[in-house]
Design a protein around this ligand. Sequence first.
Ligand code: SF4
Ligand code: SF4
Length: 290
Amino acid sequence: MKIITILSGKGGVGKSSITASLALALSKDKKIICADCDVDASNLALVFGAENFEKWDDISTNEKAVFDLDKCGSCKRCFEACYFNAIDWVDNKPMLKDFSCEGCGACELVCKKGAITLEKVNNAKIGYANTKYGFEVTSAQLNPGESGSGKIVAAVKEKAKKLASDSEILLVDSAAGIGCPVIASVTGSDFAVIVTEPTPSGFSDMKKALQIVDHFKIQKGVIINKYDLNEEQTGNIKKFVKEKNIPILGEIPYDKRFTEALTKMIPITKYDETFEELFETIKNNVIELL
Ligand code: SF4
Ligand code: SF4
């Protein structure tokens, strides 16, 4: 199974929308599965129009402090040690603010009474949706107050690998940004597709995404979305990638039909088949470099 990861460094550049149409193009001649690793804002299944998920499994990647107040000597050390301000002081005893606890363990370390332990919490569910296009999408649903972590991303990818172990391609829709979830998304990939747009922040975030991909020595290519919105900035991006010997996989024009397709939960190539040729070209460029 080859793993292709689509990332952008920056949210809102059309990554999931492009992932969906690339998935459809790939699925024409390969068995694929998708993993929605943008776990803080997972919406890839919705772009495919799949709203119902199957078999959510609880996963536990975080810990939280649990207090045994019968043992507490009210020394206030835990209150003072908590960097995340997750402990209130009520009636001369500590009280945890559940959503603020990061499970760092500092309070447990400073408590001399053994009144604090760290316990695993179920912080997300992992499941999958069947799309009407013949492949599945795995995804995570975070519990309230939880944020996406690299461990949750890794679990979403693992779920996909187990669910369709005979797939030729695992297409990973990465988390946005350049943090731990992105690194977990990119780790183990055979190819990275970096989506950018011709804005100063799009250009700058593309460079950060490239740093991650280069760190892991992953083969890559760039898609410029809405390239015609700022031809000068597009020119700057193209000059930059040419100097670095990074191939341009495709240039996608700005078109309000992308938004229309998104609101109707249909990949753009199904909403308007005139886009199929463009995504066939992008797919062929990816396959050639894979
Ligand atoms: S550090 Fe331990 S003993 Fe001190 S206030 Fe916190 S829980 Fe109580
Ligand atoms: S585990 Fe860390 S974040 Fe949570 S209450 Fe203790 S010190 Fe604060």
